[in-house]
Write a protein that binds this ligand. Structure first.
Ligand code: ATP
Ligand code: MG
Length: 335
């Protein structure tokens, strides 16, 4: 029986990459398989490994494909381009709805307004919100290296699983390994280009997605978002502990919804209490990055696709995010 593509692909699927201890097609990308008479040609792109390991991998593949009946085997291996991202930073919180996505979006725009090159990765694969907050719903294209080209708005490169879904209102129900793979791809297979900052908006809590980001992506820092009240602070501490356990330095704590600004009279009231974020940062020796007010225009902007930091109007929230962005820039370059 003549050899088939499927048989060759099965070999690729079940061969481990020396040095990475992972199966070839779980870490690499198949570019081409050609099965000709008595001859097989394979091209794959994999993460960088040593020359010695490339040699070993080629030997194993050649032998396994010859065992299937091929006389001649040619294996082309090239390496994935390493991302050139200076500061990948994850934004987490223990609790849902405290404003991680709002903070990620506005901080990204704030940093871009300071002149940095910035990207945002929506790692909330179960409920991606970043496309709505930025008001974009385009389908990204692939470049010639088969990398996804991020969508750009307000000076920020944006990537979200939301762009790749047929229908954003359908919930994504995935098990752990799929979540892991999706997040790794959103980082590795996107043409981010040279970035100063990549802000990674985590889903709430410390589940699969948060763990994948902290374990598999080369994070430089974590930022924790909390609201002022005690229960939120207690939950946010879990996220702080997760970063610490993974040996990711915490760049700081941001307190969101710190005080309400009345849209009519401009008066401030601390409806969720006072000082939770500052207390948390003190107790954990993490810098306090700032207090973001609860402002109606922020929520409206989030729903309309214009984050406060991108509005023409000089709201207090816009000012605060610019200050936080400056602090983030200062602290990240010091450490
Ligand atoms: N400072 C703020 N002022 C007004 N509205 C805000 C503020 N921060 C967040 N919101 C609003 O609160 C809601 C929840 O915020 P957001 O989606 O950013 O939270 P999240 O922590 O990312 O939530 P999830 O845990 O679901 O990912 C959104 O409607 C957002 O517009
Ligand atoms: Mg969110």
């Amino acid at each position: 029986m003549p050899l088939t593509n499927t048989q060759v692909i099965d070999v690729l699927k079940t061969t481990f990459v020396p040095g990475l201890k992972k199966q070839l097609l779980s870490v690499g990308m198949l570019r081409e398989v050609k099965v000709l008479v008595g001859r097989v040609e394979v091209s794959v792109t994999i993460p960088k490994i040593s020359e010695e390991n490339v040699k070993k991998l080629k030997e194993v593949l050649t032998k396994r494909i010859k065992d299937l009946g091929a006389d001649q085997v040619e294996i082309h291996i090239d390496f994935k381009k390493e991302q050139q991202i200076k500061y990948p930073i994850a934004i987490g919180s223990g609790k849902g709805g405290v404003g991680k996505s709002t903070v990620s979006a506005n901080l990204a725009i704030g940093l871009a307004n300071l002149g940095y090159s910035v990207g945002i990765l929506d790692a909330d694969v179960h409920g991606p919100n970043i496309p709505i907050m930025f008001g974009v719903n385009d389908r990204p294209y692939l470049n010639e290296d088969k990398q996804i080209i991020p969508i750009e708005k307000y000076g920020v490169k944006i990537m979200s699983l939301g762009f790749l879904l047929e229908d954003q209102s359908t919930p994504v129900i995935w098990r752990g390994p799929l979540v892991t793979k999706a997040i790794e791809q959103l980082y590795n297979d996107v043409a981010w280009g040279k970035l100063d900052y990549l802000l990674i908006d985590l889903p709430p809590g410390t589940g699969d997605a948060a763990l994948t980001v902290t374990q598999s992506l080369p994070l430089k820092f974590g930022i924790v978002v909390t609201t002022p009240q005690k229960v939120a602070v207690a939950d946010a501490s879990k996220s702080l502990r997760m970063f610490k356990e993974m040996k990711i330095p915490v760049l700081g704590v941001i307190e969101n919804m710190s005080y309400f600004i009345c849209p009519h009279c401009g008066a401030k009231s601390e409806i969720f209490g006072h000082g939770g974020g500052e207390q948390m940062s003190m107790e954990n020796g993490a810098p306090f990055l700032g207090k973001v007010p609860l402002e109606m225009k922020v929520r409206e902007g989030g729903d309309k696709g214009v984050p406060a930091a991108a509005m023409e109007e000089e709201t207090e929230t816009k000012k605060v995010f610019l200050q936080i962005a400056k602090k983030v820039a200062e602290l990240s370059s010091e450490k």
